[in-house]
Design a protein around this ligand. Structure first.
Ligand SMILES: NC(=O)C1=CN([C@@H]2O[C@H](COP(=O)(O)OP(=O)(O)OC[C@H]3O[C@@H](n4cnc5c(N)ncnc54)[C@H](OP(=O)(O)O)[C@@H]3O)[C@@H](O)[C@H]2O)[C@@H](O)CC1
Ligand SMILES: Nc1ncnc2c1ncn2[C@@H]1O[C@H](COP(=O)(O)OP(=O)(O)O)[C@@H](O)[C@H]1O
Ligand SMILES: [K+]
Length: 478
């Protein structure tokens, strides 16, 4: 599991550790890791032109000490100081002793930035507030225009460490070296895409058990995937019921069933008006025409994709005492009180627009504050909330770490791919995973399948469903 902690938690761990170590040890560790990463990015350190953008806090200190290390290895290093009187004194001395140059920004340094091979962003780290101030923003822009490789120190300046929000201008890095732990802002968009490739440098922090945000890794997903045993039969593996599609949107039913068939349940029941289209593609589906309550036993329900105004189906399914996943049209008909009253798990899977409608806010507000939005949804509905989009997030009903999905690709933004995800995650619920695991494992497999199906070219939703088998095999290491 990859874990991310908020700035306050990092600071508390830092205080605790610093009390036990000689002064400067932590910054020394951070700078050593940073310089090593910088050296890897430069094919040759000797003779390379390196510019440090140095703010007034310890983030600038890290940059200065790392710059000193690079200067000792023969790089030409120039520090551009945003607040010359407040730049880290120890770091400045170290850089000067190593032969580095110092210029007063933000006016100075333009020529050095334009000719740089590598620019280190040490403007702000976890102490930054709000978007970059104008003078800092100007330097960040100059760095971007220079064509140099851009390396952020701890966190791209202007990105909110705790949320990934980018409230104004921010540094856009090719890579980020972060210290002690990942920060949520490095894993959640729009912060994540400002960070580029992220490398963690351990500095020995002792962190609490529960992080703010976590991301499943291959091994976590492998351990969670349901696997049939010798005693399994189709009912013991779980039956998932799918209520999807309409005369107008029969395809949504086909795609949700396609996802469900790849989710590990032993059987898929389809209930709705698109049975003919479903059977034409998937003769293995058990179909029934009546209301869901008369369809036979299931271990979970998926309701919503393409159902239009069928509010009764949603109400009926929410009244069932098995896990339920509500998606798409179904979300419009899901009353918060009815969801809260349920005792079995509920999973809601909105995209940003649907989440905005559920929260009574705007789509842009959800997009810019994804972490707060998914937590608010889970809290309001007392359910697991999966917020789809560029970084899919999953929050559980009881608070706790939010899961951020590390797989996925923008190629998934294609009509119907969400229907595949709802069937898949609902099937994982039937196979026995809890809401948080079913949603986050579903998103993980779906994201991998999206990558496999696209492989650099557009893929359509049915191909994403077809690639789910390859995603399973990949995770299982087969
Ligand atoms: N914790 C750890 O374990 C370790 C932490 N370490 C390092 O310390 C870093 C944290 O250092 P920090 O606390 O000194 O804050 P930092 O990020 O340098 O920023 C504060 C300065 O930025 C300024 N500023 C603020 N907002 C701004 C804006 N929008 N635009 C422009 N400027 C803005 C603000 O100025 P002021 O408001 O005072 O005018 C203030 O002076 C951390 O990220 C890591 O790199 C490692 O060395 C080792 C282990
Ligand atoms: N920019 C993006 N990057 C990665 N994945 C995305 C992006 N935009 C959308 N997705 C994914 O694509 C899928 C689209 O689902 P959804 O919006 O429900 O579409 P539909 O209703 O057409 O099925 C979701 O899994 C979502 O996470
Ligand atoms: K930074």
């Amino acid at each position: 599991m990859r874990s991310a902690y908020e700035a306050e938690t990092v600071r508390a761990a830092e205080r605790e550790l610093m009390a036990r170590l000689p002064e400067g040890t932590l910054m020394g560790r951070a700078a050593a890791g940073l310089a090593a990463a910088a050296a890897e990015l430069l094919t040759r350190v000797y003779g390379a032109r390196v510019v440090l953008l140095v703010g007034s806090g310890d983030n600038g200190g890290d940059a200065l000490y790392a710059g000193a290390r690079l200067a000792r290895r023969g790089a030409g290093v120039t520090a551009v100081l945003l607040a010359p009187e407040r730049a880290h004194p120890g770091g400045l001395t170290a850089l000067r002793r190593a032969g580095g140059r110092v210029v007063r920004g933000p006016g100075g340094g333009a020529a050095e930035i334009a000719r740089a091979d590598l620019v280190l962003d040490g403007i702000t780290g976890i102490g930054g507030r709000g978007g970059l101030r104008p003078e800092a923003a100007g330097l960040a822009r100059a760095a971007r225009e220079s064509g140099a490789v851009l390396l952020a120190v701890d966190l791209p300046s202007g990105v909110d460490a705790d949320t990934g929000e980018v409230p104004g201008e921010a540094f856009r890095a090719d890579a980020t070296v972060t210290f002690g732990t990942y920060k949520p802002g490095l894993l959640v968009d729009p912060g994540r895409e400002h960070a580029g490739a992220v490398r963690l440098v351990e500095i020995g922090l002792d962190l609490p058990e529960a992080p703010a945000v976590q991301a499943l890794q291959y091994a976590d997903v492998r351990a969670l995937l349901p696997a049939p045993s010798a005693e399994s039969d189709k009912y013991r593996r779980g039956v998932v019921g799918v209520v999807a599609g309409s005369a107008r949107y029969p395809g949504a039913a086909v795609l949700a069933v396609a996802g469900a068939l790849h989710g590990g349940a032993g059987a898929v029941r389809y209930v709705g008006p698109a049975a003919e289209a479903v059977l034409a593609r998937f003769p293995e589906t058990l179909v029934s025409a009546g209301p869901p309550a008369r369809a036979g036993r299931v271990q979970s329900w998926v309701v919503g994709p393409g159902i239009g105004e069928n509010a009764e189906a949603v109400a009926e399914i929410l009244a069932a005492d098995v896990p339920v996943l509500v998606d798409a049209d179904g979300l419009r008909h899901a009353e918060a009180a009815a969801v809260r009253a349920r005792t079995a798990p509920t999973v809601l899977t909105p995209h940003a627009g649907e989440a905005a409608a559920l929260l009574g806010t705007g789509r842009a507000e959800v997009e810019s504050a994804r972490l707060a939005s998914v937590r608010a949804l889970a809290d309001r509905f007392g359910a697991t909330a999966l917020l789809k989009g560029s970084t899919t997030l999953v929050a559980g009903p009881a608070g706790g770490p939010v899961r951020v999905n590390p797989t996925g690709t923008p190629w998934l933004a294609t009509a119907g791919s969400g229907d595949v995800l709802s069937g898949l995650a609902g099937s994982l619920l039937a196979a026995g995973l809890d809401g948080l695991d079913a949603a986050s494992v579903g998103a993980y497999l779906h994201g991998l399948a999206g990558r496999f199906a696209a492989d650099g070219a557009p893929a359509h939703a049915f191909q994403v469903a077809e690639a789910l088998g390859a995603a399973w095999r990949d995770v299982r290491g087969e």
